[in-house]
Design a protein around this ligand. Sequence first.
Ligand code: HEM
Length: 441
Amino acid sequence: MRPVPEYKIGPVPLFSAIRFARDPLRFLRQGFDECGETFKMKLFREFIVTRDPAFFRHVLQQHHKNFKKGNSVKMLRPVLGNGLVISDGDFWLRQRRLVQPAFHRERLLELFLTMGELTAAFMEELEEFRGKGAIDIDAKMMGITSDIALKTLFGNMNTEDKEQIYRQVSRTQTYLVTRVRKPYRLPLMAINGEDRRFKSDLAYFNSLVYDFIRKRRLSGETPNDLLQLLLDSTDEETGEQMNDEQIRDEAITMFAAGHETSATGLSWLLWELSAQPEIVARIRKESVIFETVPGFEQLTKMPYTRQVVEEGLRLYPPAWTMTRESTVDQHIEGYHIPKGSSIFMSIFELHRNPNLWQNPTDFNPDNFQAETVKNLAKFNYLPFGAGPRICIGQQFALMEMQLVLAALVKRFDFVREPGFSVGMHPQIVLKSTNGIKLYIR
Ligand code: HEM
């Protein structure tokens, strides 16, 4: 058995934690440069960090029963409750079976129509910015993907509630990430109003969602949205349905897991394409088959656009990391991994691992050409995770990203401000440091 190499990060844990909080990607890259594909490091507690595809395979698929969601995910519990992202064991399995039918192909086809309508309206909205100053593309992408998520989940929602939700979601994320990355700030947060504001944001959000559930149950209506699917879904073995709390947890989980990820993926794509005229030209060539937004059948006839989306998710994976906790003593790739170990799997580093990818930092959609994909090892590319806990919204997200991207690229040019550069700053998703600003022409 080999010992897991240790990334020695200095004698004062607090200083290292601050360095990690400032720039996690750089901090981890140094670890990989020094130690190789897998290492351990101690911040406030010990983590085993990996970008080895065999490690991912072991944890996510071959021996997934020997792991549960780690502590880092549990920080989301106040918001996500016991929804799919958080839950474990039999409860998770039951919920997964109940929620899965919401994402079957024929359901997705219906949701696709809603996506198309909202995207067409969004394009008109963007016209207003054509030829004017640079805009925050990330904010715009969050706008369209949360509109899509809210409408496909809850049907109609008034503008005031929507705007309130946008503001709260971003505040809540900053709050939760700060608690995990900067635990030394906890005492301050208790007295400077941050804890209080978080609680009141959450109370507002909960009352909104419970209100939706109650009204829907009373209305006797059965519109075609995900909320209705959650309300109707029945456990085949027991005949049981979800109670209001479970529905709240799953609905919020889907909203939280499902909109910022796609928005961030789209923002990075537009940033990248603003420097890639040849790729833009190829997307436009495929886009001649539709007018404003592509239909579902048309999307299937746009393989290159799909490759561009896949390459975007490689170079800028919105869910940049996954964590698990080992529930037994075990061996992984020749290392002894004791029970209770926290495993930190960096999707970001897996996708840029120079041992797996040629020119890993180049944006190259040919990485996903049909012929190349045949030889792509399954665990080298995992933007949606793998194994039984693979992203339930994968097809939804791919459809949405391809649809929005094709429509935008066909109609607009996205142009960089000279001298503006973006940095990456991962929160729960892989955000940019200071937003992504582009001109629309
Ligand atoms: C580009 C967009 C998206 C990315 C990159 C993404 C990525 C991921 C990843 C990597 C996981 C696995 C996490 C783990 O194993 O620890 C996951 C799980 C999950 N995702 Fe997504 N996701 C996206 C969009 C969506 C959408 C649109 C929805 C719902 C509408 C969604 C709902 C979920 C849920 C519920 C889980 C937990 C599944 C389970 O544990 O059973 N995601 N996602």
